[in-house]
Design a protein around this ligand. Sequence first.
Ligand code: JFZ
Length: 320
Amino acid sequence: MQNKEWFKQAQFGMMVHWGLYALPAGEWKGRRMSYIGEWIQSRYRINNAEYGQLAQAFNPIAFDAEEWVKLVRDSGMKYLVVTSKHHDGFAMYHSKVDKFNIVDATPFKRDVIAELAEACYKYGVKLGLYYSQELDWREPNGGGYTAEEDNFGMSWTNDWDFPDNDTKDYSQCFENKIKPQVEELMRNYGDLLLIWFDTPFTISREQSDELYRLVKQYQPDCLINSRIGNDVGDYHSWGDNEIPDEYMSDGLFETPATLNDTWGYKSFDQNWKSAEEVLRLKHHLNTRGINYLLNVGPDYLGRIPGPSQDILRKVGGAIR
Ligand code: JFZ
């Protein structure tokens, strides 16, 4: 079966936001952020030298790819989408393009994307990778500098290390980091169900098209979400936590959603949805032709929070 048909009937997937931001867990120098945890670097305008030190402390010895994938299955989910690189620019896989990655920059030295790809294959779960193609706070020419939308007062682009937005040129970042890293993801982790791009602002139509072709060159069947930008892509990602009332007949759709109020782990966010609420949302979306991509945020040791596991197992028990 082609990924398109498979995706249409999949209905339920797990999203994982995991990266260096799991260490501060929403808290920086005695301040607690109210916004989503993976945005902590922008929220507190933490410079790259200081943020980068988190890598030296990242040693998630409780990480077990098979445990995560078994939870996907126990929850009645069919696919897994995990952050291979979020806006902070840190690769959760072994990249030859940039040393700022989990193998070269941490004491952990394990390629967690490779381990998850193996576990997914073993348990019959399909794998997708989130990759931030536009925002990259590590890069002097990372995108987002043309964005006009307010973002709870936070900057989209890294204007704390690199304040001169007028001289930024996203094409430098696109050519030297984004394209070669996406190529690595397409070549090194087996067959992917999808690649999940995000927050397009500065990326041009030509660049979205080029990225689309790059993915398909290596993996013709890999689906691409609409957040690649400029109306390119194979399926529509609704807004975060968006629950539309329309009934979708043609096309492929997905809503990414949180289980509490953050994507990346925050120790003090305990505002969990109940299993009943998750089942209600799932039913609402699925009956309208929309897949439900429900997020967990593992902690700094690689553990999926207990409350998330409890809710998801309850959900899984109810839909089988
Ligand atoms: C984005 C990311 O910034 C966030 O960290 C998370 O990965 C989520 C799934 O996707 O969130 C967004 C996306 C779009 C907007 C704001 C936040 N927007 O258009 O205002």
